[in-house]
Design a protein around this ligand. Structure first.
Ligand SMILES: *Cc1c(COP(=O)(O)O)cnc(C)c1O
Length: 383
């Protein structure tokens, strides 16, 4: 038997599951012709807000714009500090630098890879030492698991920081009975196709309970419009969610809760089968991950060989993220909290993500598990 074709994230399998309803919804938009802010956009926004329990959801062009618009809405700019993790996708810190403000990188927790509440005080001190005004904290719900929000919210309240949740990977996750999307003064998400709730192109959303900020954001993402389109009351941008993508997302949201359930089963099977040979993901008590990624840890020196062995068997793996942002060319001049971020640096050298999606069938998963165990055992005996 030859090597099978295994998808890292199988969007074709999802298409088969959703079926004709999706294609009908897309064609309806094509025929109706309301391509910009058609009725599907408002419908999706209200269903999305209801899903997580936020008062407002505002569709935007992508998850990066969602963060930029929030920073613009709260007036973050030069001289301001925004605390964020370094072990994340570049967009989290990029938006801060783009606004002319300074990202201050904080350390992550070794078990969850999310920002460590215990490291926040050091980040605040670093910001002040650099003569910056601490304004906000951006958390990331990395790989689908929420950050540890109870202590983070307390810290933000104590220090007058706006809490912005970058929930691009974790929208819909649960944190102690709360749904990610409704946590933070603002939450943002991305509908990039590979995200747990993805569309067929770019898209994003902002969540807030504030009527005032929601109105401001709706103006900012539409050229700073006032009472109507050609009433320009402030400088804004064009960052709208396409009607076509909203139609796709309405269909995807219908199966989203069921898909999160399916991901629990896939993740559970991986953990059961691999926990004796590797470090499997740690989910905090009373929390449910959306499993945007299923990430294990292998010895840094053996990671390349491990990935190569799996590739030879047709099993794709990916490293999210090979380098923390504070070590990247574009970000290495920004301040880091305390005496550096050794956990972020080590984790980046050890993580490997395995194929993960709701439609990963048992036979394929067993094949992956076998290949992973074999590769790890071989690496162990070579050690
Ligand atoms: C994907 C992602 C983004 C950016 O989303 P886009 O829609 O691609 O702009 C931001 N933050 C995190 C953590 C992400 O994973």
């Amino acid at each position: 038997m030859g090597t099978p074709t295994i998808e890292f994230i199988d969007l074709k399998a999802q298409r088969q599951h959703i079926g004709q309803a999706m294609d009908d919804a897309i064609l309806r938009v094509v025929h109706e012709g309301n391509y910009i802010l058609g009725p599907q956009v408002r419908q999706f926004e209200s269903e999305l807000a209801a899903y997580c329990g936020a008062k407002h959801a505002i569709g935007v062009a992508n998850g990066t714009d969602a963060l930029v618009l929030v920073l613009e809405a709260i007036g973050v700019g030069p001289g301001d500090a925004v605390i964020c993790p370094s072990f994340t996708f570049a967009a989290t810190a990029e938006v801060v630098a783009w606004m002319g403000a300074t990202p201050v990188f904080a350390e992550i927790d070794d078990a969850t890879f999310n920002i460590d509440p215990k490291g926040l005080a050091a980040a605040l001190t670093t910001a002040k030492k650099n003569n910056l005004t601490p304004r906000a904290l951006i958390t990331v719900d990395l790989f689908g698991q929420s950050a540890d929000y109870d202590p983070i919210e307390a810290f933000c309240a104590e220090n007058g920081l706006v809490l912005i949740a970058d929930s691009a990977q974790g929208f819909g996750a649960r944190y102690k009975g709360r749904v990610v999307g409704s946590i933070g003064q603002f939450a943002t998400t991305s509908f990039f196709p590979a995200k747990p709730l993805g569309c067929y192109g770019d898209g994003g959303a902002i969540f807030t309970d504030s009527d005032e900020h929601a109105a401001l954001l709706r103006s900012l993402h539409f050229h700073g419009k006032g009472s109507y389109k050609y009433d320009n009351v402030r400088v804004g941008v064009n960052s709208r969610l396409d009607t076509l993508q909203a139609a796709v997302l309405i269909e995807k949201l219908k199966v989203f809760a069921e898909e999160i359930e399916k991901r629990q089963i896939v993740a559970g099977r991986y953990t059961e089968a691999l926990k004796d040979v590797t470090v499997t993901p740690h989910v905090m008590p009373d929390c449910i991950s959306t499993w945007a990624q299923y990430t294990i840890r292998v010895d840094a020196h053996r990671r390349d060989a491990f990935q190569a062995a799996l590739k030879a068997k047709g099993v794709p793996t990916t490293v999210y993220y090979p380098k923390p942002l504070h070590q990247q060319t574009a970000y290495k001049h920004f301040p880091v909290a305390g005496n550096g971020l050794p956990i972020s640096e080590r984790v980046a050298q050890e993580v490997v993500a395995l194929p993960m999606h709701p439609y990963l069938d048992v036979a394929t998963q067993d094949y992956i598990i076998e290949a992973v165990r074999e590769a790890l055992n071989r690496e162990a005996s070579a050690a």
